[in-house]
Design a protein around this ligand. Structure first.
Ligand SMILES: [Zn+2]
Length: 98
C-alpha cells in the first residue's frame, strides 16, 4: 500500500504525519493503493467522498453510499464527522481540460 502527500505527491513512509518534501500535514485519508484518492467531479452526490473511496479502493459505490448513510444514522454522527474529515482531507480531482 503506497502512501503519498496530498499536496505534492511525494511518497511517504506509512504513518508519516507530515510531508518530508513540502511539510503539509498528512491525514488518515491519504492512503493511496494504486490510484490517487480524489473526489471526482463527475458522478458525485454530495462531496464526491463516496465515489472517491470506491474508486481508490475498488469498493462498490452503491455499498459505500448505503454504509455511509446507515453509518451516519447509527453512529450518532460519528461517520458524518469522518465524512467531513475526508471532504476536507481528500483533494478534489484535478480538472482535465478536453
Ligand atoms: Zn508534500
Amino acid at each position: 500500500m503506497a502512501f503519498f502527500c496530498q499536496h505534492c505527491g511525494t511518497g511517504l513512509p506509512v504513518g508519516a504525519r507530515f510531508c518530508s518534501n513540502c511539510g503539509a500535514v498528512v491525514t488518515a485519508c491519504a492512503y493511496v493503493p494504486g490510484r490517487p484518492l480524489v473526489r471526482p467531479i463527475i458522478g458525485r452526490q454530495i462531496a464526491g467522498v463516496c465515489i472517491g473511496l470506491s474508486q481508490a479502493y475498488g469498493w462498490d459505490l452503491t455499498l459505500v453510499r448505503i454504509l455511509t448513510v446507515l453509518g451516519i444514522i447509527f453512529t450518532s454522527g460519528l461517520v458524518a464527522v469522518a465524512y467531513l474529515a475526508c471532504w476536507i482531507g481528500i483533494p478534489e480531482e484535478p480538472v482535465r481540460l478536453p
